[in-house]
Design a protein around this ligand. Structure first.
Ligand SMILES: [Zn+2]
Length: 184
């Protein structure tokens, strides 16, 4: 089903073209930063070049983002002692916001070297798992993530009820979340 690969250049973007049984032209960035295009065999190469050229800015932005992410992941996460200290400080701020609603039952908080998520809430295990890399983020952002996971004990999804509770407990949660997005 997969045709031959061809390296092409359009709008300053080098890309790998692969002919496939797809419905339309698909452009994606591979984890190593290579632009890859799959396209149906009936679409002329010139049309694909134009498509890629019109997405040159998207490709360069996506490449920058991938490079920033790779650089961030190349830095080792804070050690266990540092994580414990940072997360205990955040919990001292956040736990009082939910303590009553959770009947004073503190969930277990675990730390793991996660690369794609800052935190995970597991209501069945009554547990919150935080990424060790989170400990390198600004305290205001760490508190946001921790509260986010606590609120998942009440709202498993991200529907209006979830964000309503976030806003009530932490009115500046959006600014805190923005700090997190700028960092990685
Ligand atoms: Zn969530």
């Amino acid at each position: 089903m997969c045709g031959k690969q061809q390296v092409r250049m359009a709008g300053g973007v080098e890309y790998i073209l692969q002919r496939k049984k797809v419905k339309r032209i698909n452009l994606r960035l591979r984890p190593d930063g290579t632009a890859a295009v799959s396209a149906p065999s009936r679409v002329p190469a010139e049309q694909i070049d134009r498509f890629v050229a019109s997405h040159a800015e998207w490709v360069s932005r996506a490449r920058e983002k991938a490079a920033r992410r790779a650089a961030a992941l190349a830095v080792p996460p804070p050690d266990a002692a540092r994580c414990r200290a940072v997360f205990a400080a955040a919990d001292a701020v956040v736990w009082p916001l939910v303590a009553e609603a959770l009947d004073g039952r503190r969930p277990e908080i675990r730390v793991r070297d996660m690369k794609t998520r800052w935190g995970v809430c597991s209501p069945a295990q009554y547990r919150i798992t935080l990424a060790s890399r989170l400990a390198a983020q600004p305290p205001a952002a760490v508190e946001y993530v921790l509260l986010h996971e606590y609120v998942h004990f009440f709202h498993p999804d991200h529907q209006a009820g979830f964000w309503g509770m976030m806003a009530r407990l932490m009115p500046d949660y959006a600014q805190r979340r923005a700090l997190l997005r700028q960092s990685v």
